[in-house]
Design a protein around this ligand. Structure first.
Ligand code: M7G
Length: 373
């Protein structure tokens, strides 16, 4: 457990969420029941952008309890339930119900002031898969990361016990193998069903998976074991029901592991973004410089400047016509992939399918040899 430190948590924000003025909707995800909004807090500034993300909370089993023992807790099935009948047809009934205000909480995240990079991150747009060779990492991704990345201030605040101190679930303060385990910003903190924790390493200068080598195995093994033990102790979760993984590319370039229960489809668990901690450890056990030698795929969003830098080196947006020996086929011009706007989160899955279909193997001549490996 963390040592007692002075609590410097700021409980009241400088802004009043109710005074938010909407400029535009960045993303409306009907599957996740979340919406990301761009706007301002005019009371504070007409020009500084703010992002507000609302996400409806998952149900807790106690929310639907009808037992007398849990009568003290709010439940849907109480006199406070307002029921609006839509229709009743034979044995089927359809209603809109409004439960007690205690059950209507909405998890809200505010980023203020938000940068263009935050706006880009929360906007829904076309995505592309990049196969990043070690050469492409050195020549294109790394210089971009060094110049343009989100501030790590919030990470250092946690590691230095300046913020979120009360939220720390476990800490090992060894400078080489230690880490802090605490709830991710995305977790509503109410429901273990959708538990989402982060393990942030104390060691600096491990930007991402790419920097990991065999020397980091003690750190990774310690995170795996100690986080599982701490979660089992605090939340009663079976360690074999936990998903522990890294994102590549991450948004924040200070190594951290994401942890959530495998039965919950947490945001960002897609195969094109996640690398299981177990697999990473195994790869490094087999080959200590695996991540310096591997081609690592990752996703880039339309609007990200790194995408333009990649476009200068390899073909990303425009896709070549299918290869064929026939002369007739060779004349077919490259087709421009459609860039469409999306307003509905349902489309995320469809969009992934479209990317798979719209991104055939690039011609060998168009990419460095290793890029197609
Ligand atoms: P990532 O893989 O770098 O980026 O993960 P992405 O998953 O957002 O693409 C960073 C993780 O840190 C995310 O899961 C965020 O929700 C979480 N996070 C971000 N911020 C700014 C904070 C914060 O201030 N506190 C906590 N506890 N988590 C944060």
């Amino acid at each position: 457990m963390p040592e007692q430190v002075e609590n410097s948590e700021v409980k009241s924000p400088t802004y009043d969420i109710s005074k938010f003025r909407l400029k535009r909707i960045l993303h409306n995800n009907s599957v996740r029941k979340s919406i990301a909004l761009l706007g301002t807090f005019p009371d504070l500034s007409e020009t500084d952008d703010a992002i507000v993300v609302f996400e409806k909370n998952a149900y807790q089993e106690s929310d639907v309890s009808t037992s007398k023992e849990s009568a003290a807790k709010p439940s849907y099935f109480s006199a406070e339930l307002k029921v609006d009948t839509e229709f009743i047809n034979n044995i089927y009934g359809s209603f809109q119900v409004v439960p007690s205000p205690d059950l209507c909480g909405v998890k809200s995240t505010v980023i203020y002031p938000a940068t263009d990079k935050h706006v880009e991150k929360y906007s829904i747009c076309q995505k592309y898969l990049i196969r990043e060779t070690p050469d492409l990492y050195e020549s294109t991704t790394l210089p971009y990361i060094n110049l343009s990345q989100f501030s790590l201030e919030w990470v250092y605040n946690i590691l230095e016990h300046k913020k979120e101190t009360e939220r720390i679930v476990f800490e090992d303060n060894d400078p080489e193998t230690g880490f802090i385990l605490l709830p991710d910003l995305k977790w509503d903190g109410r429901n273990v069903e959708n538990l989402y924790l982060l393990g942030i390493v104390h060691k600096h200068n491990i930007k991402s998976l790419r920097d990991l080598n065999g020397n980091h195995l003690p750190l990774l093994r310690n995170m795996r074991q100690s986080a599982k033990d701490a979660i089992s102790k605090r939340y009663g979760l079976n360690p074999n029901q936990l998903r522990m993984y890294f994102h590549y590319q991450p948004s924040f370039y200070h190594l951290h592991v994401h942890i959530n229960p495998i039965r919950n489809d947490a945001p960002g668990i897609w195969c094109e973004k996640s690398h299981m901690l177990d697999t990473v450890i195994s790869n490094l056990e087999l080959l200590p410089d695996f991540y310096q030698r591997a081609t690592l795929p990752f996703v880039l969003y339309e609007g990200n400047k790194l995408l333009d830098l990649y476009e200068e080196k390899i073909t990303v947006r425009s896709v070549a016509a299918p290869r064929s020996d026939s002369k007739e086929q060779e004349k077919v011009p490259a087709v421009q992939s459609a860039i469409e706007g999306f307003s509905d989160g349902d489309l995320e899955e469809r969009e992934c399918k479209r990317i798979k279909l719209a991104t055939p193997e690039p011609k060998e001549a168009e990419v460095p040899a290793q890029a197609c490996a």
